[in-house]
Design a protein. Structure first.
Length: 344
């Protein structure tokens, strides 16, 4: 049985968002890292100027990106050569490459940077990489894994199984699964509430999400969001059963923002009131979403227009659309670091 302390979340959610301080000066020094899935790089967007300020070469077809909690190392999974790249953020250089047994998907790192979990989509496994040793220390079987997620724990990491219609929980002390949570469909992105009790999961063929009781391991509600368009246009970079491929909770946990591939927009769901309260247009093919830790901006990757929508959360309007690399997907945010490796 899981220990209660596990369910305490550090306020992190899908996309490796780092809560490293929220004073006024800190709120103005975030960097957004954009994995370009049909390119060989990660675009770096300064969230003060709202412009691209750098590109990190990482290898062809970057699938996943995540960052350890001190913001010093970025991890990227690369599909073409089946590798995990360990990148020094200050120098923007790869410092190590770990060979993987197959095509990697979205990774997740523990806050202390000790472990990175990497789902292997075509290998039906999730690989646990010891960062210091720069090698795989455990391989766990899982049917068609897709996205890994850390919620602020150095012991536990979630990983989704599209083949089994569930989200599985890995205990890194035991190097084994400690829970298998059914989600009532083929899971896409998912996020966990701050108290660790509730999971919100996008599933295939649903324009919306399901609400899951984690402890009880059961679906509580299936939320379908009404759309302007009844049918999905032909998508070049996503399967036709995917209507929602991005969702995230605001840092205060009050709102769930849900991407719509039907309407090229984000829908805003009030968690307490249990209703949609707003909508913001994005670029075409909204894919992934992360919030700045201060809650000021929501950042959404748009696969079909090769850009990122930056949305003012309070005003609920797009304030910038930033051109990045080819077919951007996964995103991560961290405090800006100087060339000497210091936060600013």
């Amino acid at each position: 049985m899981l220990q209660p302390k596990f369910w305490l979340s550090a306020g992190m959610f899908l996309g490796c968002i780092l809560v490293l301080g929220t004073d006024d000066s800190a709120a103005q020094s975030f960097k957004l890292y954009v994995g370009n899935s049909r390119g060989d790089d990660i675009s770096v967007v300064d969230l003060v100027s709202l412009k691209v300020t750098g590109e990190i070469k990482a290898g062809e077809h970057v699938h996943g990106v995540c960052i350890q909690a001190d913001g010093k190392r970025l991890f990227a999974t690369v599909e073409v050569d089946h590798t995990l790249r360990i990148i020094d953020i200050a120098s923007q250089q790869t410092i190590a490459t770990v060979k993987l047994p197959g095509r990697p998907n979205q990774c997740a790192a523990t806050p202390d940077g000790k472990y990175v979990a990497v789902p292997i989509r075509d290998g039906d496994s999730v690989e646990i990489v010891d960062v210091k040793q720069q090698k795989i220390v455990k391989s766990l079987p899982i049917k068609e894994p897709h996205n890994a997620l850390n919620t602020g724990s150095n012991r536990y990491i979630y990983v989704s199984s599209m083949g089994s219609h569930e989200i599985d929980l890995i205990d890194l002390e035991k190097m084994d699964y400690s829970a298998h949570i059914p989600v009532g469909g083929r899971p896409r992105p998912y996020v966990v509430s701050q108290d660790g009790k509730t999971m919100f999961v996008a599933v295939a063929d649903l324009h919306g999400f399901v609400i899951v009781d984690i402890a009880e391991k059961k679906v509580l509600e299936r939320v379908e969001i009404p759309s302007d368009h009844a049918a999905l246009r032909k998508l070049e970079y996503e399967t036709q059963d995917t209507l929602t491929h991005g969702l995230a909770l605001t840092p205060d946990g009050s709102e769930l923002w849900v991407s719509s591939l039907l309407d090229d927009s984000m829908y805003i769901y009030d968690v307490k009131a249990k209703k949609v309260t707003g909508r913001v247009s994005t670029g075409m093919g909204p894919n992934w979403i992360v919030f700045t830790p201060d809650g000021k901006y929501a950042c959404i990757s748009n696969t079909d227009t090769d850009d990122v929508s930056i949305i003012d959360v309070k005003a609920r309007r797009e304030v910038a659309r930033v051109k990045v690399g080819k077919v951007p997907k996964r995103l991560a945010i961290a405090r800006a670091i100087t060339a000497r490796g210091k936060l600013r």
